[in-house]
Write a protein that binds this ligand. Structure first.
Ligand SMILES: [Mn+2]
Length: 197
């Protein structure tokens, strides 16, 4: 079973995350930030990874800890559920259109965390979410999931579309990367013999 459950409590946030990499895209997300919930729900639905994510964070301070820790915990769960990564596709790429916007996401579950971010928001907020935290969310998930993650907004104007196209592209690229490849039959997809970084 490629599942994981992480409970993580700090002085800033109290988090529970459960995932099933071989799910159906069923989700139960509540971070206290509506727009962030909407994005993580898109991630689940389009990756087919089941995601339960409950965050009780210090939103009276600001949204930083809640946003960051939701991504750190989700990434940690992905790492735990993948185990030794035997038999997975490892790489994923998606072009993600949404109305006037086109985003591209390319990733490698390499064990080497890296974020290349080439997207720009022209609004300070999407709903209640500070848009500067979106890049930070992807940086954080890349760190704990061990993903080399390249995200590009090729074009687009509407900030909601830009953000949603990126999350959906990330979801579809992750779906490809975590999917078992029957031709690999339990092989570690690296000539190094490991994908631990
Ligand atoms: Mn939307």
């Amino acid at each position: 079973m490629r599942t994981a459950r992480i409970a993580r409590t700090t002085s800033e946030t109290d988090i529970l995350v459960e995932i099933d990499l071989d799910g159906t895209g069923a989700y139960d997300v509540s971070t206290g930030i509506g727009f962030l919930d909407h994005m993580i729900e898109q991630f689940s639905r389009h990756s087919l990874i089941d995601v339960t994510l409950k965050v009780d964070g210090d939103l009276h301070v600001d949204q930083h800890h809640t946003t960051e820790d939701s991504a750190l915990a989700l990434g940690q769960a992905i790492t735990q559920a993948l185990g030794d990564k035997a038999g997975i596709g490892r790489y994923g790429t998606a072009y993600s259109p949404m109305d006037e916007t086109l985003a591209r996401v390319a990733l490698d579950i390499s064990g080497r965390p890296y974020l290349v971010w080439n997207a720009h928001f022209t609004q300070e907020k999407l709903g209640e979410l500070d848009t500067e935290l979106i890049e930070h969310w992807f940086h954080s998930v890349a760190q704990t999931a061990g993903i080399t993650l390249h995200i590009e907004q090729i074009y687009g104007q509407n900030n909601h579309h830009i953000c949603e196209a990126i999350y959906k592209g990330f979801a579809r690229a992750m779906r490809t990367a975590v999917e078992p490849d029957p031709r690999k039959e339990g092989m570690i997809p690296s000539t190094k013999g490991q994908l631990g970084g």
